[in-house]
Design a protein. Structure first.
Lengths: 201, 201
DNA sequence: ACCACAACTATACGGTAGTTCAACAGAGAA
DNA sequence: TTCTCTGTTGAACTACCGTATAGTTGTGGT
């Protein structure tokens, strides 16, 4: 006996929302198996859609990869929040970096995969240039604020670049051997790195 | 007119030497194009041998990958040399890390690729466990020596772990944007990191 | 009710992945 | 020379890659 209203063959979304879901699926696959799992088959299966959709919405796998990279930056480095009274922007930034949503195995497995692609993928390199400069500038400004406040003379840019490298390295270590590098250890290492230059903040 | 001695159809090597050459070819491919270029076709073409040899000598591509990882450790972290009079082992270690043969784009492109594989590849994870612990221990001992000499009380293990992370992060940055992070900058960052804990060394 | 368009499916295509294997080539021993 | 290993080739195999495209489904405007 036929149903009056037949059940839909698929769930229809707006292009923008479908793109977001494909990016999420791509992130999940990449976290699970690096660039080898970042394939049309795996991502579409993860998202529960047919194989044609990635090309339809992004034009190419490379475009999806670039979108994934941009999404990682959005999620990890642009989480400015309200400062508590007396809290410096630098302290808030460090808290954000080592929050569980940002500092975790999956995330750094994805970062590791993406970094490995940057130097061999022109589009990704372009996207990186756009995002990274802004990221370091934010950190440098936060360091500069503390330096001014405490009347110390530091090269905020150099310090920021080193700090960012340290954070990356700590994240990698956490990714590879989580037990040997907890978020607290990592944050402490960063503070210990900054302390001699800025004092407590 | 036929030659008396026909030219050989291929160059015959001992198994060990062929393995070494395949590893070198694998490194070259990985430096060029990450894990995507680390394929049977590309590596055998690079080494100038037929496609069957990798399986014959290593049993699987995964075994070759593991051998490549071990080779990177041999080349980068086990280059102890004679100490100059009055030179600390820590200073020599830092010099070695930032020497051109170790601190360069190709090398860190390879490291990046390998690190991205560790958490998704069981064999590689095993190899990592063996190598990394020894590496950190060496650094920690070098730090400990300086600490004792200068009569300072530091946690050499914690310091070593952080230093190693910093070096990794600096290397990645150099790999992705060489102009923004020269070897000298990177070494200076490491010294600046250690200075408050150890004094000059 | 119909149309126009966007979202989506399904499949086909050429290329390339890692592995297997039977046959061949070279070098030293007998 | 002949035998015996080991190194080496190269084609065959199955599986999967990213892309292209023809056709179907759903939705909102008129």
């Amino acid at each position: 006996m036929p149903q009056k209203a037949t059940s839909p063959k698929y769930v229809r979304l707006t292009g923008e929302e479908r793109r977001a879901r494909l990016i999420e699926a791509g992130l999940a696959c990449m976290a699970r198996g690096g660039i080898q799992e970042f394939t049309v088959d795996k991502i579409c299966a993860e998202a529960g859609v047919s194989r044609g959709l990635i090309i339809h919405h992004f034009g190419s796998m490379n475009a999806l990869l670039t979108a994934v990279y941009a999404t990682m930056y959005d999620g990890s480095t642009k989480l400015s929040r309200e400062l508590a009274p007396g809290e410096t922007r630098l302290a808030a930034l460090l808290d954000a970096f080592f929050a569980p949503e940002v500092f975790n195995r999956d995330a750094f497995n994805i970062w590791l995969t993406l970094w490995g692609q940057i130097s061999i993928n022109h589009d990704l390199k372009e996207e990186h240039r756009l995002q990274y400069a802004e990221y370091v500038r934010d950190v440098a400004e936060a360091i500069g604020e503390v330096a001014v406040e405490s009347g110390r003379n530091v090269d905020a840019d150099v310090l920021a670049r080193s700090l960012v490298c340290l954070i990356d390295g700590l994240g990698i270590q956490h990714c590879i051997e989580p037990m040997s590098m907890h978020a607290d250890d990592a944050k402490a290492a960063c503070r210990s790195f900054l302390l001699p230059h800025l004092g407590s903040f």
